[in-house]
Design a protein around this ligand. Structure first.
Ligand code: CDP
Length: 221
């Protein structure tokens, strides 16, 4: 199991790591783990079941019992498609809150590690390189300035026809950054030995190319 390669891609919200991870996985024919989706699914289950978002034990139990399937872009929770439901803002916010509970994080460890299957895995999140796959041969930490990330999210929202306000977006990103980096368990930080990639002035394709080059230079060794 240990010999199955993993590429971890961690970084802050709206850094573009989801897109980079999925393109790198497609290029290599690897599986993809969107770990943020698991926190979002736990949050959605809790909101639907009326579980108090402060009840760590009940949330951890929900997380431990998640029945999830990823089929390409589709996400199924107990057989029901929830791909859009988990992307709404209230669920994202709830996910970021429940992700601060150690018991919730612990309950998701085995589920996440189970995605490691031949020929390989690209894992996208906050603690993929630091906690979940510490032995990954390639670890990447993708960053971009808060302004660049807010501008990208603004463009995405407008393109999808949603209203967006730059000041609100900046405030929201800063709040999430603070929560992700300052939490006691598995805070967002580069793993030891991680390659840093700042995409503030870089498009998605060059970022994908850089990660693939790092991976190829590993395999060449
Ligand atoms: O799009 P955004 O970056 O806000 O969210 P996401 O990557 O889908 O993850 C949702 C939430 O789960 C984030 O706000 C993180 O706080 C949390 N998360 C985490 O704690 N650890 C991970 N490995 C992935 C996500």
């Amino acid at each position: 199991m240990r010999s199955v390669p993993v590429i971890t891609i961690d970084g802050p919200t709206a850094s573009g790591k989801g897109t980079v991870a999925s393109r790198v996985a497609a290029h290599l024919g690897f599986a993809l783990l969107d770990s943020g989706a698991l926190y979002r699914l736990t949050a959605l289950s809790a909101l639907e079941a009326g579980v108090d978002l402060g009840n760590e034990a009940a949330l951890a139990e929900l997380a431990g019992r998640l029945d999830v399937r990823f089929e390409g872009e589709r996400v199924l929770l107990s057989g029901r498609e929830v791909s859009r439901d988990i992307r709404v803002e209230t669920v994202g916010l709830a996910a970021s809150k429940i992700a601060t509970f150690p018991a919730v994080r612990e309950a998701l460890v085995v589920l996440q590690q189970g995605f490691r299957r031949a020929p390989g895995l690209v894992a996208d999140g906050r603690d993929m390189g630091t906690v979940i796959f510490p032995d990954a041969p390639l670890k990447v930490f993708l960053t971009a300035s808060v302004e660049a990330r807010a501008a990208r999210r603004y463009k995405q929202l407008i393109e999808k026809g949603f209203p967006a306000n730059m000041d609100d977006l900046l405030r929201d990103l800063r709040e999430r950054d603070a929560r992700d980096t300052q939490r006691a368990v598995a805070p967002l930080k580069p793993a030891e030995g991680a390659h840093l990639l700042d995409t503030s002035n870089m498009g998605i394709e060059p970022a994908v190319k850089q990660v693939l080059e790092w991976y190829q230079s590993l395999s060449a060794r």
